[in-house]
Design a protein around this ligand. Structure first.
Ligand SMILES: Cc1ncc(COP(=O)(O)O)c(C=O)c1O
Length: 454
């Protein structure tokens, strides 16, 4: 194969052969990871499995091209096809989100939020966002992130029913008058009222940033209200529900062509300059190609059906976990997330996460607002777990299979002995029974595209 001219499929296959030659043991790591993903129940709410077409795009020779700038205004020659790739990604993004403006170059949602926050607020300015323990993201004002160290922050939380308290947010906004309000969450299982957030932002003359990283797919499928025309700016990552490559996306709706509050330029002009050249250099063109294809898929009927299955599965999971005696935060879910409060079972989230992993079920530990376990509710030892249904829906699991998942999760959690990572144990019989059931479920519902040897 060495000297012959290769088409793209041959090139990718040759690349895999080369990895084997260059570093065989590393190839084994990559292979094991691929097999692991197929053989576990992936229930981490913040990811999906990318289809093979998206995977292939990330390996395309577009990676070789430096294309600083934007389509038709590049700072390098040889970008004709790059322009087409980026234009397709932009037009697809606008189409699926019904947006007036899209910038597809941000390297991640964190970067997208950083770009928006620094360019519209400026360091030292006041932002308002949900606190981490209530389900906000690091970039929404957490002290360990740029957002909480370079900006002043007013943080809001949830009410006693674990719901966003809009009246309280309005009161805080009127009192502090932030320059930007951030809504959107990383661990909230109810719908978000973007219209109300905009009304609050308008009352205090703030920009509204909606970060829909977790629910972007539901928004596209009309299973959650869209923030596009309510928020001044909407950001999302492209790798959670969108099942695209790791990356970010910045969108705007009816405000895109409006002048900024304090500068003589439109919002979209500001954002274009903020992405490049202010914060980033050359875009990652293979990643943008993969975004374009994942947006094509997101426009399909099949994608809408997957999103419906995500919501249906989460409801089934929440309902059955509650029937078996687990506390589900807010009593259920409207999206893909089921937050389980383990405080009443006296199990700490880190032990639950590890125990489930040992049985082939992958979730993540999560803090539960106002709950402590052994006196703690930290990110390392939180009082709960977060379960997500994106991957179960991608595997096309039936309602019965999802119900089975609820029962095996409960089985593991009910048979943990010990409360720290070093010496907890799961009953051996339960562990082998659950491992067997996980294996059966994974075989019955393989990841589409990953099951076939091409
Ligand atoms: C709401 C929200 N915003 C932003 C991010 C960050 O995404 P990325 O990994 O693309 O930086 C996350 C990731 O978990 C998230 O949940």
């Amino acid at each position: 194969m060495g000297n012959s001219s290769k088409n793209l499929s041959e090139l990718l296959a040759y690349g895999v052969e080369q990895i084997k030659e260059i570093n065989p043991s590393f190839m084994k790591v990559l292979e094991r990871e691929y097999q692991r993903q197929k053989s576990v129940l992936m229930m981490v709410a913040s990811c999906s499995i990318v289809p093979p077409s998206v995977l292939a795009c990330t390996g395309m020779p577009a990676v070789n091209i430096t294309a600083e700038g934007y389509p038709h205004v590049r700072y390098h020659a040889g970008c004709e096809e790059m322009d087409k790739i980026e234009e397709l990604a932009i037009s697809n993004a606008k189409k699926i989100f019904k947006a007036a403006y899209a910038n597809v170059q941000s390297h991640s949602a964190t970067t997208a939020n950083e770009i928006v926050t620094y360019s519209l607020v400026r360091p030292g300015g006041l932002i308002m966002g949900m606190n981490l323990t209530s389900g906000g993201h690091l970039t929404h004002g957490a002290s360990v992130s740029y957002s909480g160290s370079d900006f002043q922050v007013v943080r809001y939380g949830l009410d006693e029913n674990y719901l966003i308290d809009y009246d309280k947010i309005e009161e805080l906004a009127l009192q502090h008058r932030p320059k930007m309000i951030i809504c959107g969450t990383t661990a909230y299982c109810r719908k978000i009222d973007f219209k109300r957030f905009r009304e609050i932002a308008d009352k205090v003359g703030a920009y509204l940033l909606a970060d829909i990283s977790h629910i972007a797919g539901l928004v596209i499928a009309d299973l959650h209200e869209s923030p596009i025309d309510y928020a001044h700016i909407t950001t999302t990552c492209t790798h959670k529900q969108l099942a695209g490559p790791r990356g970010g996306l910045i969108l705007s709706g009816k405000d895109a062509k409006r002048k900024l509050f304090d500068e003589d330029m439109t919002l979209e002009e500001k954002l274009q300059k903020a992405v490049f050249p202010f914060f980033q250099g050359a875009p990652i063109m293979n990643q943008i190609a993969a975004k374009a294809i994942s947006f094509d898929i997101a426009a399909s009927e099949g994608f809408k059906k997957t999103m419906q299955r995500i919501v249906d599965s989460a409801k089934i999971l929440a309902e059955h976990l509650q029937n078996i005696g687990f506390d589900v935060i807010s009593g259920g879910t409207d999206n893909h997330i089921v937050l389980v409060d383990l405080a009443s079972k006296n199990i700490s989230g880190d032990v639950a996460e590890r125990a489930l992993e040992e049985c082939g079920i992958i979730v993540n530990r999560n803090s539960v607002p106002n709950k402590k376990i052994n006196g703690k509710n930290t990110s390392k030892r939180p009082a709960g777990i977060r379960i997500g249904t994106n991957n179960m829906a991608q595997r096309k699991m039936s309602a019965d299979a999802v119900k089975k998942c609820a029962y095996i999760i409960a089985d593991v959690l009910n048979h943990i002995h010990g409360d720290n990572l070093e010496d907890f144990k799961i009953d051996d019989t339960v562990k082998s029974d659950v491992l067997h059931k996980v294996s059966e479920l994974c075989k019955e519902y393989p990841i589409p595209g990953y099951e076939t040897n091409y």
